[in-house]
Design a protein around this ligand. Structure first.
Ligand code: PFF
Length: 450
């Protein structure tokens, strides 16, 4: 039963847009290129797409089914379906909190680069060495990135405070098409730069000699992170879907859009990386060092740059909103806080964590967890451990515990959609996903090598 005054989303397009709004974000444009760069490019892309198909589709469909069937936040959803599985809902609360702890920081960087573009100062980013220096000077500064982080958190708060329907639906509808066109323009521009084709070759021709166990772990983590799955975010969002939402089409559209944006980002970044002579393994700074170089080859460079970073801000915002919503919906529905109070608690706690993780790149860089600073630990622990673990248990839950008729009913939209591949879905959930996830984990622990 839907709680009386619980919001629902409009038609099918809205469902696709909000879910894609959550999926498409910094994960595609900032994280994907640098993780792919660190893992050798082409071979990573193939393994990544394999993870999307074998793990992403079944887990996303399961989360959609669980969310829409229960119309509850992730903790409430698992509790109402099977009490012993409630901790899986808490995994989503913890993961969302930890992700916001570094995601707000990178989102803050996009604000900084936007203002730098608007002021025209981006024209001073004249070479990759200068760009890298400016990036490091900014991110290690004790004050400026923190101000940007706080501003971004407040921006998210405002959209959340406007409510699920108005805030989230409107912002998602605006963003997608423009971002898409912009990425295509930039990709063309980047490929035309000197040696740009070498970058395309790096990205599209697989070199399997570079593949290690870590490549699989990174690809799997990136797939979960990018699709916003494994942490109940899509459970929370689909809890606002109505009965007319076509779950299968929504899932396929979200996956197609998300993967396309990631591939397009690779086509923007790698040609430029090879053109201006940056190492593709440069890590989290990759996009922020590369992009200004592309803009500075363009007429009206600062204008393009401002437009691009504005889009990146919006893409990041639709993702931070979804993470924030997981936490707000939990506190509101499970802890009986008013929505306003819940939203403030979430904003304050996540902002404090994000400020600490921003400082861990500079003033607090001596504080290390297993050799990593706080920022990198939050990124690694969530993407490479908590989300895949969440995906592992979600597939076991959906494949073995959840009543089969509930799964079939939801995936077929109460019988109105054909679901020819339902048997395959169940097989993937029961055997393939858990086995694959377990193998990748054990392989990386050095315990199980074929
Ligand atoms: N999928 C988002 C991105 O690619 O930027 C990040 C994200 C959002 C991860 C929401 C997890 C989540 F629940």
């Amino acid at each position: 039963m839907v709680e009386k005054n619980r919001a629902t989303l409009g038609g099918r397009l809205s469902a696709v847009l909000v879910a894609a709004g959550s999926a498409v974000g910094l994960g595609n444009i900032w994280r994907f290129p640098y993780i792919a760069g660190e893992n050798g490019g082409g071979a990573f892309l193939i393994i990544y797409i394999g993870c999307i198909l074998l793990l992403g589709i079944p887990v996303l469909l399961s989360e959609f089914a669980i969310g829409r069937h229960t119309h509850k936040n992730s903790v409430g959803a698992y509790r109402s379906l099977s009490k012993p599985w409630t901790p899986l809902g808490y995994n989503s609360v913890i993961s969302s909190l930890l992700i916001l702890g570094f995601y707000f920081v990178v989102s803050g960087w996009t604000l900084e680069y936007f203002t730098t573009s608007v002021s025209g100062a981006i024209a001073e980013f004249t070479s990759s060495a200068v760009n890298a220096e400016k990036f490091t000077a900014f991110t290690t500064n004790p004050l400026r990135p923190i101000i940007c982080t706080i501003l971004f958190a407040l921006l998210t708060h405002i959209v959340i405070a406007l409510g699920v329907q108005k805030g989230i639906e409107r912002s998602s509808k605006l963003l997608m098409p423009v971002l898409f066109v912009m990425l295509i323009v930039l990709a063309v521009r980047s490929i035309m730069m000197p040696n740009g084709v070498d970058g395309l070759r790096f990205f599209f021709s697989p070199d399997f000699s570079k593949v290690t166990g870590k490549t699989f772990l990174d690809a799997m983590g990136q797939a979960f992170f990018s699709l916003s799955i494994g942490l109940g975010c899509m459970i929370t969002y689909s809890s606002y879907f109505n009965d007319r939402t076509n779950l299968q089409k929504t899932a396929y559209n979200v996956i197609a859009l998300d993967t396309l944006v990631a591939v397009l980002s690779g086509m923007v970044i790698f040609p430029a990386v090879f053109s201006v002579g940056i190492e593709p393994t440069a890590g989290p700074s990759l996009v922020f060092v590369t992009l200004p170089s592309i803009f500075n080859t363009m007429t009206f460079g600062p204008l393009w740059s401002a437009l691009f970073f504005l889009l990146l801000i919006l893409a990041a915002l639709t993702s931070t909103i979804s993470l924030h919503e997981v936490l707000t919906a939990y506190l509101h529905e499970e802890r009986n806080l008013s929505r306003t109070k819940a939203a403030w608690v979430v904003t304050i706690v996540t902002t404090l964590l994000a400020c600490a993780s921003s400082l861990s790149l500079g003033a607090w860089s001596d504080f290390r967890i297993c050799g990593l600073n706080l920022f990198d630990s939050l990124d690694f622990v969530t993407a490479n451990i908590l989300l895949p673990l969440g995906g592992f248990f979600t597939s076991i839950f959906a494949g073995w515990v959840l009543n089969r008729s509930i799964l079939r009913d939801e995936v077929s939209d109460h019988g109105s959609m054909k679901c020819r591949l339902f048997g395959l879905l169940v097989m993937l959930l029961r055997y393939v996903c858990p086995a694959l996830l377990l193998w990748i984990f054990l392989y990386n622990l050095g315990l199980f090598r074929l």
